[in-house]
Design a protein around this ligand. Structure first.
Ligand code: NAD
Length: 267
């Protein structure tokens, strides 16, 4: 069986949280390219978000809409799924991608920020999953992919809420996979290392200016900090794995937490 067949997801409906930028946008593009209608979510200027919806819809001949729900709010995560169901009549592919982090030692971590990190990284996936699952069960098919992190499988310094919430997300993934194990619904997590999203390029630009080196050298230096490969992962590489997990070829991959990490976790 081919890894994933062109147009394999034709007629399916996907919700990708946090998809106006970064990994989520690459995932939305990947799913749309497979024929999936997509509900985008995330922040952005209305004009730019509207242009993004038009671009994806035109490029792939699918329906694309946007909902700006702030998923730190409990009611918003469940409400977002309800609005997808109202608008598209079904929800087949749920990608919990929106996430945030707070950097600093645990003893200085503001409790309010801890709650915000958990609200977005773990509570929101719980609420989207619990709201989306009944429809998937009724339809007899579903794919849930949670975007965790290498920090969902290993510790790290000065990011306690991120590490704890991403470990929690990997745990939620396993629990949901077991509850759906006899059905055609799968639940998996992807665990990226450092990814070349906007913040990576911004940090590389700042480093280049500070150290008087080229941007390419700065990018290489940042990549080599954590990645044995010496390269960051691209959003498209993460998206390709998510799309594969949504294919029929991946029907028996269940409860997995799959690294895309340039051998970070192999050390
Ligand atoms: P990003 O910051 O580039 O994009 C985040 C997206 O989420 C944007 O569309 C933004 O508008 C949206 N968003 C932010 N707060 C939101 C909220 N409260 N409600 C709804 N949407 C919100 O993010 P990214 O770097 O692409 O990361 C995506 C996911 O991948 C996160 O869960 C992150 O933890 C994980 N991850 C990222 C990296 C990395 O190196 N970038 C590595 C491992 C894991």
């Amino acid at each position: 069986m081919a890894a994933s067949l062109p147009g394999e997801l034709k007629g399916r409906v996907a919700l990708v949280t946090g998809s106006t930028d970064g990994i989520g946008l690459a995932v939305a593009r990947g799913l749309a390219a497979q024929g999936c209608a997509v509900m985008l979510n995330g922040f952005g200027e209305p004009d730019q978000v509207a242009a993004l919806c038009d671009e994806l819809a035109t490029a792939h001949g699918v329906e694309v809409a946007h909902d700006g729900a702030d998923l730190r709010q409990e009611d918003e995560a469940a409400g977002l799924v309800q609005r997808v169901l109202q608008r598209f009549g079904r929800l087949d592919v749920l990608v919990n991608n929106a996430g945030t982090q707070h950097k600093g030692p645990v003893e200085e971590h503001p409790p309010q920020r801890w709650r915000e990190v958990f609200a977005l990284n773990l509570d929101a996936p719980f609420h989207t999953i619990r709201t989306a699952l009944p429809g998937m069960r009724a339809n007899g098919w579903g794919r849930i992919v949670n975007v965790a992190s290498v920090y969902g499988l290993a510790g790290g310094v000065d990011r306690s809420s991120y590490v704890a919430s991403k470990h929690g997300l990997v745990g939620l993934t396993k629990a949901v996979a077991l509850e759906t194990a006899t059905t055609a619904i799968t639940c998996n997590a992807v665990c990226p290392g450092d990814v070349s999203t906007r913040i990576f390029y911004r940090n590389a630009k700042l480093l280049a200016e500070r150290e008087q080196i080229t941007r390419a050298e700065a990018q290489q230096r940042i990549a080599a900090t954590n990645m044995p490969s010496g390269r960051v992962v691209s959003p498209e590489q993460v998206a390709a794995l998510v799309v594969f997990l949504c294919s029929e070829a991946a029907a028996e991959i269940r409860g997995a937490a799959l690294p895309v990490d340039g051998a970070w976790l192999a050390r």
